[in-house]
Write a protein that binds this ligand. Structure first.
Ligand SMILES: [Zn+2]
Length: 347
């Protein structure tokens, strides 16, 4: 079914790169050349004093020619400091502002900040963080030119209004990929309360949020008045892309979250609903992915499978439905062309 589209992604958290995760991605790539990934990469790998070319080559070994490299930002202290911004350790999306897990720097000290929301920095700081992060993707050799990176997913999915506006000011981006399924996070929050889940329930939910700034949704809420929906079977539909006029970006939501939050049966149900939606309404894009850092860990909800195995079974089921697979960059380009054609026709 050609109007059914899968957008596959890997979120590189900027934590520690482990060889077994790289090997698992390489193995997937060998058997699935036809599945293009968007790699959302947090460049904190290059701000801890380690050998940049070596790390860059390791990451590149898991990237296929038909893949896309995009930006992911978690607010690690080393990354924030490298941008010339004063780091703050709070708030975090953990209970009692727990700092989360630290990652060793070359000098032996620990780097924290993965769980601090990006939108807790101010506009001038956000611009510096975005600009420096893009430059790190170039200086590390992951991309050739800054303009090659047009996509972004916010760490923890918390792309607040100030973050989206900073993306526009940066001038590089055509899309954001942070939209998260609010009912799904609501159900997680009921089972295992965590500030992050309640933030996502609010930010991508059906109520306008202005405060606190790091979960504000004044740009995206009008486009998704019922909230961003997807994986949760209670959702009547799977949310689709929307144009955020005031940030000149497409929102291409991450409607299944990532595989460490999924079971195979949830993914199959989600794909079945996407097929039905494509038949009924035409083009339907869905999103699936996983994190580099726990690709080979046993799934929390679907043992004994590992997270990448859950993802792989989801992809294989999708392929049996004869849909097409694209990078988000390619989809965003198509959406722009369509919008321009409409303007041209009626101008
Ligand atoms: Zn992340």
């Amino acid at each position: 079914m050609s109007n059914l589209i899968l957008l596959a992604s890997i979120d590189w958290e900027g934590a520690e790169i482990k060889q077994d995760n790289i090997d698992a991605i390489k193995k997937f790539n060998e058997s699935h050349h036809d599945v293009p990934f968007t790699h959302f990469i947090c460049p904190s790998y290059f701000t801890r004093g380690f050998d940049t070319p070596k790390i860059s080559e390791l990451i590149k070994s898991a990237i296929k020619p038909n893949d896309e490299i995009a930006l992911h930002i978690h607010c690690w202290e080393s990354l924030i400091t490298a941008a010339g911004v004063t780091y703050h350790a709070k708030p975090t999306w953990n209970k009692n502002n727990d700092p989360g897990t630290g990652v060793k720097k070359a000098n032996g000290e620990l780097d924290f900040g993965h769980d601090v929301p990006l939108g807790s920095y101010d506009d001038a700081e956000l611009l510096k963080i975005f600009t420096n992060s893009l430059e790190l993707l170039v200086s590390s050799g992951l991309i050739e030119r800054v303009k090659d990176c047009v996509g972004f997913r916010c760490g923890g999915w918390v792309a607040s209004t100030n973050v989206l506006k900073a993306m526009q000011t940066t001038g590089n981006f055509t899309y954001d990929a942070s939209g998260a399924p609010n009912l799904f996070f609501k159900s997680l929050n009921a089972r295992e309360p965590l500030p992050l889940y309640s933030w996502l329930e609010e930010q991508w939910g059906s109520t306008l949020v202005n405060d606190p700034a790091y979960i504000s949704n004044s740009l995206t809420h009008p486009l998704y008045p019922d909230g961003v929906t997807g994986l949760d079977p209670q959702s009547p539909t799977i949310s689709q892309t929307q144009f955020i006029k005031d940030a000149n970006l497409h929102e291409i939501p991450n409607t299944a979250a990532l595989a460490d939050y999924n079971t195979v049966s949830q993914l199959k149900d989600y794909i079945d609903r996407a097929v039905a939606q494509a038949i009924k309404t035409g083009n339907t894009a869905i999103s699936m992915g996983f994190h580099d850092v726990n690709a080979t860990q046993v799934s929390f909800d679907d043992p004994p499978l590992t997270n990448i195995e859950v993802f792989t079974q989801g992809v294989d089921y999708f392929k049996s439905q004869n849909g097409v697979m694209l990078t988000r960059k390619a989809l965003a380009k198509r959406l722009r062309q369509q919008a321009n054609n409409v303007c041209y026709r009626y101008a």
